[in-house]
Design a protein around this ligand. Sequence first.
Ligand SMILES: Cc1cc2nc3c(=O)[nH]c(=O)nc-3n(C[C@H](O)[C@H](O)[C@H](O)COP(=O)(O)OP(=O)(O)OC[C@H]3O[C@@H](n4cnc5c(N)ncnc54)[C@H](O)[C@@H]3O)c2cc1C
Length: 452
Amino acid sequence: MAKNPLIIGGGLAGTEAAWQLAQNGIPVTLAEMRPYSKSPAHKTDNLAELVCSNSFRSDDKNQNAVGLLHEELRICSSLLIQCADQNKVPAGAALAVDRDAFSKTVEAKISAHPLITIVRKEITQIPDQNVIIASGPLTSDALADQIKNFTGEESLHFFDAIAPVVYTESVDMTKAWRQSRYDKDTSGYGDYINCPLNKEEYYSFVNALLNADKTAFKEWEKNTPYFDGCLPIEVMAERGIETLAFGPMKPVGLFNPHANGQREFAVLQLRNDNKQGSLLNLVGFQTKLKIPEQKRIFRMIRGLENAEFARFGSVHRNTFINSPKLLNSYLSLVKKPNIKFAGQISGCEGYVESIAIGFLAGTFLAAELKQKTISTPPETTAMGAILKHVTNGNANGITFQPSNINFGLFPPLQTIENRKKQPKGRDKKILLAQRALNDIQKWRNNFVNQNL
Ligand SMILES: Cc1cc2nc3c(=O)[nH]c(=O)nc-3n(C[C@H](O)[C@H](O)[C@H](O)COP(=O)(O)OP(=O)(O)OC[C@H]3O[C@@H](n4cnc5c(N)ncnc54)[C@H](O)[C@@H]3O)c2cc1C
């Protein structure tokens, strides 16, 4: 195990991880398969290529969780956020970049670092040394097979089938109610929140689904398999007007207390998506509807008229591991701690989140190799919240799906008993962001003081 650490993948997470190791005095090899092997989405040979949008999303550190993550990365001296700031283009409140200049700046910095060796080749075998796998959502087939050998067939996924997630506090409980089907619950107060639809509402909802604007699959995604358990709802709706009412929206065993306990024509069930109960998953509502259509159509459902979305639904190609089951809090495989995962393959979603997990994987490995003990960033920070989602996610590895950073992943400001007194909306976000910025600064000072 004496060899330099190897990072597989010179994308957003891999380059950030390499930089953090090198800045800590550790020589590192960064392997990137392009240009010799191509991914279906990358178009250039550049390191840190942005495969789609040129936006890192909102840069508002006070009210937006991803803007807060930008600021935390600045505080922690992330290379990629610095390169993004240097190559900013006008984009209102968003941090958008000149994509080519951004990647070229990252590549120039990485290439010039005396402790980083870039190797242009596809890694098909995971060597027995310290490795960070940062090969992204489009990991090459040969490497995916190797990962499967280490993690088990059922632990590697090739597609997201994501249902939208809404903030619990935005659901109107004067219309919705808590109950598990036939009262079979485990929490003692109803594991699900139920949103009712009468016949007329249900028919309007299904008609809206049938006529909605959908996102098309990219050419190379066209063979996306639909598994029976996770068909997009609009595909189910096409199979018959009442298919949903007999499927994910079946009303059996549910009785509406706001209507004298009557059985409804159809019901949408919402299930906790995190342990704090601040986020709710729209059960069975994985979808390829365009985002404005998701907002418009799901808000037609009683109780969701003012729903605030923490995540929108999607179905797309994405290689990711069942990280809460496989990884420890320092992003290492529990069964093979010399292997860490970073970036989208580790179960986060998005450019900035991938950079953050790359930063953490590089920093944690540097600490291990320098035999220093550092804590993980507190859950109250955006870095800590996304790390926790990845390593200790919402559903104990049973229904794990990747996530963007959002305020629903943060612990509440006060204890659950005092939740009624909590500020809401904008005020709550400002307080969560202030707490995060204080806490990340303390965490950062702590490991800088340790000479890391
Ligand atoms: C088509 C598509 C569009 C997306 N659009 C957006 C968007 O607009 N906004 C957003 O926030 N997120 C988007 N994402 C999600 C995600 O944030 C990005 O994919 C992001 O680039 C992930 O960073 P990463 O470092 O994990 O992977 P990548 O940036 O993809 O880097 C992985 C690198 O590993 C290399 N590699 C793969 N296998 C091997 C191997 N065996 N050996 C050596 N190298 C290998 C690849 O060539 C690649 O350079 C998109 C994802 C996809 C698939």
